[in-house]
Design a protein around this ligand. Structure first.
Ligand SMILES: CC(C)(COP(=O)(O)OP(=O)(O)OC[C@H]1O[C@@H](n2cnc3c(N)ncnc32)[C@H](O)[C@@H]1OP(=O)(O)O)[C@@H](O)C(=O)NCCC(=O)NCCS
Length: 176
């Protein structure tokens, strides 16, 4: 890969290309529609955390972090972020672009003052970027899932130390 890849915040002009990218990467439009729906939910959408990778002005990757809530046994609510979805065009995969998108997104989230990120994903991939099984903090998914694929990362040291409970995803995720 010789061309320079640029990582930046998505703009309105990118929406249709991001839709096509998700459609191609997932082989279905569920995730593409999810991104459209999440953008409209201003309670959870953070424009700076919808990030694209571009090469020669073509969008080749996208990652989205949205607000989620961790609810503990006493009903206390704590804000976190959920990483989903992310996608790289099939012909550009396995070049580290996904990894760069994750790093850029985590870095931006930290700069914005967010404390943690949760992901449901591949157990060997996300730990490369610092994610650990969320059960370490007694944080649970709202559905049955093997414990090693439900992961979390602290963006500040010990930011999850006193947080536990069940993740509540935005309602838009129910349709995926
Ligand atoms: C997941 C994805 C974004 C990774 O993008 P990428 O640019 O290829 O990522 P990187 O180059 O940083 O890393 C690639 C590595 O991650 C592994 N990987 C990442 N996610 C994986 C997954 N869901 N299943 C299997 N392997 C995965 C790849 O096997 C590869 O490992 P290897 O090269 O050691 O074999 C890309 O594969 C993709 O768009 N997949 C389809 C959509 C999807 O499943 N998204 C994730 C769920 S939201």
């Amino acid at each position: 890969m010789t061309e320079k890849i640029i990582y930046r915040q998505e703009t309105q002009n990118d929406f249709s290309e991001v839709f096509e990218l998700n459609n191609k990467a997932f082989g279905q439009d569920n995730e593409a529609k999810l991104v459209n729906a999440l953008r409209k939910n201003l309670n959870v959408f953070i424009p700076e955390l919808s990030i694209v990778a571009t090469e020669k002005n073509k969008i080749i990757g996208h990652i989205l972090l949205t607000k989620i809530t961790i609810k503990d046994n006493n009903g206390n609510l704590n804000e976190s972020l959920g990483l989903a979805p992310m996608a790289v065009l099939p012909e550009f995969q396995r070049n580290g672009i996904g990894g760069q998108l994750i790093k850029y997104a985590l870095d931006t989230a930290k700069k914005l003052g967010y404390q943690s990120v949760i992901v449901l994903g591949h157990e060997h991939y996300y730990p490369k970027f610092g994610f650990e099984p969320a059960e370490k903090w007694n944080i649970k998914a709202p559905f049955d899932v093997p414990s090693n694929v439900f992961m979390a990362i602290e963006l500040e040291k010990d930011s999850l130390k006193n947080i536990s409970g069940t993740v509540i995803y935005p309602k838009e995720f129910e349709s995926v």
